[in-house]
Design a protein. Structure first.
Length: 385
């Protein structure tokens, strides 16, 4: 495919691949399939979530700029332990809770300038797909049924652990910390993970060959990726806290079910920290996007995020928004034009170096060039009022 010089850049996009542990060329075909793990909609979106989705949005913008089509799927986990616990706490039906939080999430993402995703399927839309997928895993001898639960048998999967590259002791510790129920006596190995489980009395249940129940945590993403994007996807992403166990388990069960590679390239977003700790619902150290939007232009919020590299943890503090707002005003004052465009394209092709791109736009604006086209590649809109 012929590309205008300067648009395609000197070479391929280079990106860090978590599985290989190094920066490698990322050379997809004309249509790039991407899957990013979405939210569990029981609470508002915080800056850590926003950083994940903004990163994949910047990548999509650069891939489209290079002439690719992109097809990005982002699921919604509308049934899981957290959803059901929160719905119980606030006394609403879990799907009503999901509907109101998804509306809030979509509104935040639109304000932050995210391109619409190709689809945003819900876990509860995929129950037949999930049951069929579990049947494939069982048929190929990679799972077993015990007391109405279906467990994935990690001993049947030689590749288990190859994405995260973790030792068994570390996998056991992380699985225990992250909801892996390692002490479940029905498991043959504590690292085995649940594909299907019986529901508690007050939880939703769907019929299945193994008894009434609901999906395990990891299975929806494998079933939805297969349904929406096919057997092998070009790029899979999410927050770095999903590498283990979530993505390791997704890869194991998908490759067990289809016999084909699941993902060509794994890309993970580093955590945003606050008060020295990872920003997370469980710690409560959160900055919600909807609260920031009451005070700040959403484009400046986006600029605050893209000023940091996706693979570097960074700290949210009181200095972040004033600095981003001041920079946004400088770019806006510089006006329309394609200043820094070549530098921004080159920076993004170099492991999505958004801070390098931001610095290039800073210096173009300082020398009196308009920077709206380069800023648009970062998803920062300087043109709309
Ligand atoms: Zn997922």
């Amino acid at each position: 495919m012929a590309e205008p010089v300067g648009k395609a850049g000197a070479g391929p996009v280079r990106l860090y691949d978590t599985a290989r542990g190094e920066v490698v060329p990322f050379e997809p075909g004309p249509v790039v399939t991407m899957y990013t793990c979405g939210v569990t909609p029981y609470d508002a979106t915080h800056v850590g979530h926003a950083a994940v989705y903004i990163t994949y949005d910047v990548l999509q913008r650069r891939l489209r700029d290079r002439g690719h089509d992109t097809r990005c799927v982002r699921n919604i986990t509308d049934v899981d332990d957290d959803m059901l616990r929160k719905a119980r706490e606030v006394g609403v039906h879990y799907l009503d809770l999901a509907a109101s939080e998804v509306a809030r999430f979509d509104d935040d993402m639109e304000a932050l300038g995210l391109l619409p995703v190709a689809s945003e399927p819900r876990a509860t839309s995929a129950i037949p797909d999930i049951r069929g997928f579990i049947g494939m895993v069982l048929d190929r001898g990679h799972a077993y049924v015990e007391h109405g639960s279906v467990y994935f048998d990690v001993s049947s999967s030689p590749r288990f652990g190859s994405l995260s590259g973790l030792e068994r002791d570390t996998m056991l510790r992380l699985a225990a910390e992250r909801g892996g129920k390692v002490d479940d006596p029905a498991k043959r190995d504590p690292l085995d993970f649940v594909l299907w489980q019986p529901s508690a009395d007050d939880e939703p249940a769907w019929d299945s060959l193994w008894g009434p129940g609901r999906p395990g945590w990891h299975i929806e993403c494998s079933a939805l990726a297969l349904r929406e994007l096919g057997t092998t996807i070009d790029l899979h992403g999410g927050g770095a806290d999903l590498i283990f166990p979530h993505h390791e388990c997704e890869a194991a069960q998908s490759e067990a079910a289809t016999g084909e590679p699941f993902v060509r390239h794994w890309m993970h977003q580093a955590m945003v920290r606050m008060d020295g700790e990872k920003m997370s619902k469980s710690l409560g150290n959160l900055v919600f996007v909807s609260d920031l939007r009451k005070v700040h232009d959403a484009r400046a919020i986006r600029l605050a995020v893209v000023s940091h590299h996706y693979r570097t943890e960074w700290e949210w503090d009181d200095a972040v928004m004033p600095a981003a707002t001041e920079r946004f005003d400088r770019w806006l004052a510089a006006g329309d034009g394609d200043g820094a465009l070549a530098e921004v394209r080159a920076a993004l092709d170099d492991d999505l170096d958004a801070p390098g791109a931001v610095a290039a736009i800073d210096s173009a604006a300082a020398s009196g060039l308009g920077v709206s086209t380069a800023a648009a590649l970062l998803g920062v809109d300087l043109v709309s009022p």
